[in-house]
Design a protein around this ligand. Structure first.
Ligand code: KE4
Length: 426
């Protein structure tokens, strides 16, 4: 890759920002090399500051399900900006987005908008503790729920990628309130519930894991969590920051027919701008200030520009045929990767749900964090750069998802399959 301008910018960035990035996963720490500094995006493509262009299967880690600079999103943001960027007061625009989400997501009767997925999860966990009067939370090894202290325990995504699944700076006393079970292993959940009877406020889960790479729930897993949570008097929280409006208009809970008590959202509901949300049963959400005793707040929560982008995005996704189109493109991408693995004799396990997928460099199956962690991350790094050199941009980590969007064409996906065969063939 010839990217002198990115290299110069990366040196400048490192002088003022830790690691030169505002989020560790962007640093290419796991794959090596200099991250291309992106100048602009349009549709399924991005261009870096050196003029290289890439078909983008990262999609900003999930939000860009419509592709870059979608006209309806751009116009909505421009219109909102012309009216002012923030008021710290209620606006009709935020009500509109909240109404769309309540209408779409089965579990959500009331919701609060925030500015990130981390905030959504942090707040949902606090509400669950307030509602149940219990302190412990059960999460899953390899699931990532943002960077709130209690969630940075055996976390996936960048935490796993950079080898810090349990972060420094999280006091033992905080970490002790987070219990960790194994994904797709109901026995491990039951054992923890038994060992901590009446102490667990909530089970929080990525209903389709995206942060160990894509790992779908085994048949019965989500239904089992629903039953175990009810038996234990704990709330069930679905972290749908990735899967919300990604795997179905109503999220994974609609796709799999399991309704949690609380849902966390982010990414797509902001259409590429900073929006998160937590919501669920009215009796639980009535714990939230100013209605109830559990405090939660945010200067820019429901920001007019961000909710305008999110509203435009969800309105576009509500159109008929959306999820069939995403499914078809996802299936084509999977088939292309399988063909490339076959043609080059590469041991590749591909997991996919709709338009999110991961190619694991391992024989497979990949059903748990341990399976995913057994992947050859060195081979992944070589594959990543082989794709990048061929104009295809995917996540710079084995423990992430790739995404297709409504802006991708069958030609884009075919180009990626060809690039994959080249990258695997060395
Ligand atoms: P944010 O705070 O990054 O908006 O959302 C945190 C979060 C919560 N829950 C799930 C299931 C998530 O996937 C995320 C964030 N995802 C990562 C990548 N998988 C964000 C990328 C980054 O950290 O820069």
């Amino acid at each position: 890759m010839d990217n002198p301008r990115s290299e110069a910018l990366f040196a400048r960035a490192k002088a003022v920002i830790p690691g030169g990035v505002n989020s560790p996963v962007r640093s290419f720490g796991a794959v090596g090399g200099t991250p291309p500094f992106i100048a602009r995006g349009a549709g399924a493509r991005v261009w870096d500051v050196d003029g290289n262009s890439y078909v983008d299967f990262l999609g900003s880690w999930g939000p860009l399900v419509l592709g870059h600079a979608h006209p309806a999103v751009v116009e909505a943001v421009q219109r909102a900006a012309a009216d002012g960027t923030s008021f710290g007061a209620p606006t009709e625009r935020e009500v509109r987005l909240a109404e769309l989400i309540v209408a779409a997501v089965p579990s959500i009767e009331l919701l609060r908008l925030v500015s990130s997925g981390t905030e959504a999860v942090m707040s949902a966990v606090r509400i669950a503790r307030a509602f149940t009067g219990r302190a412990k939370v059960l999460k899953f090894n390899g699931n990532y729920h943002g960077h709130a202290d209690g969630m940075l325990v055996k976390a996936g995504s960048g935490a796993a990628t950079l080898g810090v699944p349990t972060s420094a700076g999280v006091p033992e006393t905080y970490a002790a309130e987070t219990l960790v079970a194994e994904y797709n292993d109901l026995g491990s959940v039951g054992a923890l519930l038994e060992a901590h009877v009446n102490h667990i406020a909530a089970i929080i889960v990525e209903p389709v894991a995206g942060n160990m790479g894509v790992v779908p729930p085994e048949p019965g897993f989500l239904e089992g969590l629903r039953r175990l949570a009810d038996d234990a008097g704990a709330l069930l929280i679905f972290d749908e920051v990735i899967t919300g409006f990604r795997v179905a208009y109503g999220g994974a809970q609609a796709r799999y027919g399991v309704t949690p008590d609380l849902t966390c959202l982010g990414k797509i509901i902001g259409g590429g701008l900073p929006v998160g949300a937590f919501g669920g049963r009215a009796d639980v959400m009535e714990m939230v200030a100013p209605l109830g005793p559990a405090y939660q707040a945010g200067t820019l929560s429901g920001n007019p520009l961000a909710v305008a982008a999110g509203t435009a995005c969800l309105e576009a996704l509500a159109k008929p045929g959306t999820y069939e189109a995403l499914e078809a493109l996802g299936a084509q991408a999977e088939a292309g990767l399988r063909a490339a693995a076959e043609a080059t004799g590469t041991a590749l396990t591909i997991n996919r749900v709709g338009s999110m997928f991961t190619a694991f460099f391992t024989e497979g199956p990949v059903r748990t964090w341990a399976d995913a962690a057994g992947s050859d991350t060195e081979r992944y790094a070589v594959f990543f750069h082989g794709l990048l050199e061929r104009g295809v941009y995917v996540a710079p980590s084995q423990f992430e998802s790739a995404f297709v969007s409504l802006a991708h064409t069958t030609e884009d996906v075919a180009l990626a399959a060809k690039a994959a065969a080249g990258a695997l063939g060395g």
